[in-house]
Design a binder for this molecule. Structure first.
Ligand code: PEP
Length: 250
């Protein structure tokens, strides 16, 4: 049985004050949704604050990206070993905004995934097609290519300690959600690709859906057989909404 994970990607939002308020709200409302694992992903500069606020709770935290390098002359970057100093459980790799705005290729994403594993921080690997790719009918080949880059570098066993997030790019921040069946079809495809390499690992790997998930659509999405939670952007910035999504997964 895969425990659902509801993860909040805060992107480049928040301030020390708003984050204190948000975390207090999440902590206050977490007990009734304890069946679901919660995790939050602040901007790097608030990691220390988040660690202080969440230490000793059941809520996990992590970062939105990391460098593929372990240290050195990489101005502006943050390395895997640094995440250990803040006891990060997870790191998001290959988010579509990183791929499209910052030119992260499949190869770079795979190396970031490897860098996370090296320091025992669990990667959440994002995959997903653009609208153009969906319209061309190549969703599966795009997702397969993104997944294969990581599988070829790190192997199937790496997914024992990793999470996948299927995020159709056309659904991120647009208010346009994949239908539960559209999402389920891709999730089942991803699981089938993992099964080709190991049915045991495939059965255990959590595959989250991301893309305008809200309290109103979360229950239907998370009721699908291969949807094991959500990666939430906009709706993770309000404790009430974030917790309502988690409730839908209980
Ligand atoms: C995301 O950025 O991962 C995301 C799913 O954003 P939103 O929920 O705002 O669509």
């Amino acid at each position: 049985m895969r425990r659902k994970l509801v993860a909040g990607n805060w992107k480049m939002n928040g301030s020390a004050e708003s984050i204190r308020t948000l975390l207090q709200g999440i902590k206050d409302g977490a007990a009734p949704v304890a069946a679901v694992e919660l995790a939050v992903f602040p901007p790097f500069v608030y990691l220390s604050l988040v660690e202080q606020q969440l230490s000793g709770t059941a809520i996990s935290w992590g970062t939105q990206t990391l460098s593929e390098h372990a240290s050195g002359a990489y101005t502006g970057e943050v390395a895997g070993p640094m995440l250990n100093d803040f006891h990060c459980a997870y790191v998001i790799v290959g988010h579509s905004e990183r791929r499209t705005l910052y030119g992260e290729t499949d190869d770079v994403v795979a190396r970031k995934f490897a860098a996370a594993r090296k320091v025992c921080v669990k990667p959440i690997l994002c995959v997903g097609e653009t609208l153009e790719e969906r319209d061309q009918g190549i969703t599966e080949s795009v997702v397969e290519r993104q997944l294969k880059a990581v599988l070829d570098l790190e192997g199937i066993e790496a997914f024992n300690d990793a999470v996948i997030a299927y995020e159709p790019v056309w659904a991120i921040g647009t208010g346009r959600t994949a239908s539960p069946q559209q999402a389920q079809d891709v999730h089942a495809f991803i699981r089938a690709k993992l099964t080709e390499r190991s049915s045991e690992v495939a059965a255990k790997t959590r595959i989250l859906y991301g893309g305008s998930m809200k309290p109103a659509n979360a229950k239907e999405l998370m009721a699908m057989a291969d949807i094991d939670g959500g990666l939430i952007g906009g709706a993770s910035l309000e404790a009430k909404e974030f917790l309502a999504i988690a409730q839908a997964g209980c």
